[in-house]
Design a protein around this ligand. Structure first.
Ligand SMILES: [Zn+2]
Ligand SMILES: [Zn+2]
Length: 318
């Protein structure tokens, strides 16, 4: 084995991963070790958890969220006063979500993590597929990813509250977080997400993978033998997020490390924090800065109660 095939950290393992932004070539062991250390550092740098938190991890069944559940389950086992539960939102996207829900269930059980599944169908009376079809007929202007994002946020918040969770951990990666900042700029909505604790009925969210590039999360999932889903969401290619993703991927390929720089620059910007509102929607009673929240507006349009109301909202960042 030539010099180049060796790990640049331990100097004896066979290099299996090249970190382009740092020039490091890493063996399997060193990759896993440095990846996990960075996640632990992220959690402490941002003060994501308290020692006695009941943490709800959002598990879609994709590789990112399964890796996060795996990592949090191990971290949590070292903290006797904290608890971990997993929530899967079943939006009702045929084939894609059916497969993911099963995977999430199996993986949670295997780690002894309490797992709840909440479905759009049970909560709202319709699957996402049904809603997309109905809204298309009524020419209500909303993208599937917008509808899904608004309702998923609602489902997750409600389920976390019912579980008595103090905080929701989501598997958004460095790539996702930078994409969201850029989408927010494009939408003219440049407030920072709320980083404080619960306000009324709102359960705060944290992102332990925010300093971990998507590619590394994927490689970690692969090394850990996390189940990889075969089906892709059929709505994803139509999202505005996808346009931003393509641009950022191209930029990162040309300038390795650009995503880190972007995140750090964005974090340095002095922005108002989007404090969760203390007012509630008059229909559902969930936190909302508007009289009728966006979830109720969408559901009203689906059930026909809102008549020909059109959504003037811009695409959601999620
Ligand atoms: Zn090594
Ligand atoms: Zn509402």
């Amino acid at each position: 084995m030539g010099e180049e095939d060796h790990c640049s950290l331990c100097h004896h393992g066979e290099a299996v991963y090249m970190r382009r932004y740092s020039g490091e070539r890493l063996c399997r062991r060193c990759f896993i070790k440095t990846f996990e250390r960075r996640v632990a550092r992220t959690i402490s740098e941002y003060g994501m958890f308290r020692y006695d938190d009941r943490i709800a991890v959002a598990v879609s069944g994709g590789k990112d969220s399964l890796s996060l559940m795996d990592l949090l389950a191990r971290i949590e086992s070292l903290h006797p006063y904290s608890e971990l539960a997993a929530i899967t939102v079943d939006e009702g996207i045929s084939e894609y979500r059916d497969e993911a829900v099963e995977i999430a269930r199996t993986e949670a059980r295997g780690r002894g993590v309490e797992h709840v599944v909440v479905s759009f169908k049970d909560q709202f009376g319709y699957t996402l597929d049904d809603m997309v079809a109905v809204l298309k007929e009524r020419s209500f202007e909303a993208y599937p990813c917008t509808i899904c994002g608004v309702l998923r946020r609602r489902s997750l918040n409600q389920a976390a509250r019912e579980l008595g969770a103090d905080v929701i951990a989501t598997a958004h990666t460095l790539d996702d977080v930078v994409q969201t900042y850029i989408l927010n700029i494009m939408r003219g909505d440049l407030a920072k997400p709320w980083s404080g604790r619960a306000v009324k009925q709102f359960v705060p969210r944290v992102t332990p993978f925010r300093l971990s590039p998507e590619e590394e999360v994927a490689f970690y999932a692969y090394l850990k033998g996390v189940y990889l889903q075969t089906q892709a969401c059929r709505y994803a290619p139509t999202s505005s997020r996808n346009l931003v993703r393509l641009f950022l991927n191209g930029f990162e390929a040309k300038h390795p490390g650009a995503l880190f720089t972007a995140l750090r620059s964005m974090e340095k910007m002095v922005l108002p924090e989007k404090r969760p509102t203390s007012t509630t929607c008059r229909i559902c009673g969930e936190p909302s800065s508007r009289e009728v929240c966006r979830a109720c507006e969408i559901l009203g349009a689906v059930s026909g109660e809102a008549g020909t109301t059109r959504s003037h909202e811009k695409p959601s960042a999620d």
